[in-house]
Design a protein around this ligand. Sequence first.
Ligand SMILES: Cc1cc2nc3c(=O)[nH]c(=O)nc-3n(C[C@H](O)[C@H](O)[C@H](O)COP(=O)(O)OP(=O)(O)OC[C@H]3O[C@@H](n4cnc5c(N)ncnc54)[C@H](O)[C@@H]3O)c2cc1C
Length: 434
Amino acid sequence: MEEKKLNKFMDQAINDEILEKLSLKNRYQFLNTTLMTALEPEQLNFLKKAEKFCIRYEKKNDITHSGDEDLYEWIPDFGKEGLISRVHPFDEIDLSYPENGLAVELLRCLALNFFDPQFSMGGGATVLAINPVYEHHENIPIRLEVLKKFVTGETPGAILITEPERGSDAVHMLSLCEEQPDGSFILNGEKIYNTNAPKAGYVVAYATAEKNNGNTMAQFLIDTTWDGWNCDRVFIPWVPRVWLGHEHFVNLRVPKEFVLGGIGKGREHLFEGLVPERIGIALDSTSQCWNAIAHAAIYVNNRKQFDQEILKFQGVGFLLTDLWARLTNVTLGLLRFCEKYDEKVEKFGGELPKNLSQAMVASASMFKYHCTSLSMQICYEAANLMGGAGLCDNTLMHDLLNISRIQEIVGGSRQIQQYIMSMAMRTLYKMTGI
Ligand SMILES: Cc1cc2nc3c(=O)[nH]c(=O)nc-3n(C[C@H](O)[C@H](O)[C@H](O)COP(=O)(O)OP(=O)(O)OC[C@H]3O[C@@H](n4cnc5c(N)ncnc54)[C@H](O)[C@@H]3O)c2cc1C
């Protein structure tokens, strides 16, 4: 037991009493109390159920969130509990989750992020692989089988868009796909920074029939045991327990039934996936903020300096409440967006019409832009309010601080979101007829 503790802490800086108060259970308690009025009773029930699972899981497995723990080992257990993705009910793979949709997904993210921010981020990448397989399974048995493996936690998934020479400019890809007479494809090329890829049993990847021609892009499901799949790990020091991939496709053959979108369909499928991807990052970033605020709120209500709880000093209390107010308001906006999205999905029988989905592009960029920026500010300032205790390894604060620094890059950088928003504003302006 003592040995495990040493694995987690280089040294314990926080006193026992405050450290105990920062427990997962107490941080959830802070979250639930703050969100109580914003959530419907059934939403709060779902959140509490997910939290209860995480608290028990942490305790039962003696999880300390230290660097030597393999978060990929936890995935099957979270899969059994139905906590990998709740975006869809997943009737087609006989799961039929009664609580599903984007609003439920926000609650799932909150519960998992409080438990372990890096685990939650890795899970987010699996969701990105789930979405295209869900949209394009066409009842083909192998696709449904892979979908079930992702959703039930049998394997993590990954999405391969970025290339070493094509990051922000994702539609001018260099990885090539060549169609064969039997409908299969041969892939050659290189991808990079793909979250979970070295650990994933299957991935979703894009390639193009002609370099730099977005009109010839295609989308594939790949089994990572196939010949021609070569994957090395890219180590990102700010998320040391998440595995990212750098892949080389060398004459990688993809059978016809694994082709999710043939030549000419790739770009459409890519854009279709970007709205849920950006919202997903917004949900996770918002959850990071709440986790940081919960830590700081508990800490400053207990830490004393000059014989007073530090919350009582205006420099501390007013800064924390400013962050808290901004976060609460963004969360309410995000929740409203998620609920409206879910309403529309229900109204249109499970799938959004193209024009509506298009209209969501600007909102998705706005939330991605705003929530990731907020995560960077809130995680930093909340850690700051905890002084040295916010920087050492005794709590999840250093994980939050580190993870908050990559959110603006993942899923399209800040500048790219601004570019998308300015284009959307141009379209909107033209629609006004002014
Ligand atoms: C931790 C992590 C996880 C990731 N996970 C995945 C994943 O699962 N799958 C995947 O496919 N990719 C993933 N990525 C890749 C990520 O999406 C890219 O890193 C990102 O899109 C930026 O691409 P780039 O790194 O090539 O930077 P570049 O595109 O080279 O950008 C460099 C800088 O230039 C700016 N810039 C570029 N073009 C413009 C422009 N037109 N206007 C203004 N500024 C511009 C950018 O904003 C940025 O600041 C991940 C990255 C990280 C760091």
